[in-house]
Ligand binder design. Structure first.
Ligand code: ATP
Length: 234
């Protein structure tokens, strides 16, 4: 579905992604793990078109993504939940969700998807008229995910959904990610919480200083000595 081939990304003189190749197949949960500064967020921003590769190819269902505008990438079926949620604080929950559907014209479909988002996140329904800035961190994460789902993506890009959340909320968010996948959305999940990410993913890639150093079946990686030592605290 999504294929990156030998992608190189720079911030000025900083070579942030050094020849990344990876793929995500339809129906999968794939996770990209690695420590701080490894290039995880850079990878997602490059897929969603916010950053451009200097060299390399990115295709989604066979179409070249490297040269089209970010909103066209959304229109093709890819939606990103950014790191740190970035909800619109001065808008209500409903308004934030509606913004997620700004490229769509199918009013009935939008209404239907709003209902589905409220089923996934009942807390958002309870708070639908509340300003997003007054929500808790976990609720804002739910809203950011709900907003991304309102574009009806085929591929959902999640950037560190566990960041700053209490363990109980992390569990809740991860079980919802599994549910979103089960009802038909392919997921590329970036996480520093390797333990949680590997527990729900089918496959995983390990990034270190801009390079993929390991990849494979998530369960096998979670059991491997190398990953346990470096990312799972022994
Ligand atoms: P984190 O979890 O801290 O976000 P990450 O794995 O997502 O880590 P990136 O944010 O992708 O890492 O950063 C990869 C590299 O690129 C790092 O060395 C970082 O310092 C550098 N970098 C990221 N953003 C910029 C920027 N706007 N300008 C210059 N360098 C940057």
């Amino acid at each position: 579905m999504l294929v990156l081939e030998d992608v190189n990304v720079y911030y000025g003189a900083i070579h942030a992604l050094k020849g990344i190749s990876l793929e995500v197949n339809q129906g999968e949960i794939v996770t990209l793990i690695g420590s701080n500064g490894a290039g995880k967020s850079t990878s997602l921003k490059t897929i969603s078109g916010l950053l451009r590769p200097k060299t390399g190819r990115i295709t989604f269902k066979g179409a070249d993504l490297a040269t089209i505008a970010p909103q066209s990438i959304v229109a093709q079926g890819i939606s990103q939940v950014p790191e740190g949620r970035r909800v619109f604080a001065n808008m209500t929950v409903i308004e934030n969700l509606e913004l997620g559907a700004y490229l769509r014209k199918d009013k009935a479909g939008i209404k239907d998807d709003m209902k589905k988002v409220y089923e996934l996140f009942p807390r958002l329904l309870e708070r639908k008229s509340q300003l997003a800035g007054t929500l808790s961190g976990g609720e804002q994460q739910m809203l950011a995910m709900g907003r991304a789902l309102m574009s009806k993506p085929q591929l959902l890009l999640l950037d560190e959904p566990s960041m700053g959340l209490a363990p109980i909320l992390v569990n809740q968010i991860f079980s919802i990610i599994k549910e979103i996948n089960a009802i038909g959305t392919t997921i590329l999940l970036v996480e520093q919480n390797a333990h949680m990410a590997l527990s729900i993913a089918n496959r995983a890639y390990v990034l270190e200083t801009g390079k993929i150093v390991l990849s494979g079946d998530a369960k096998e990686l979670a059991a491997s000595e190398e990953v346990r030592k470096a990312y799972l605290g022994g």
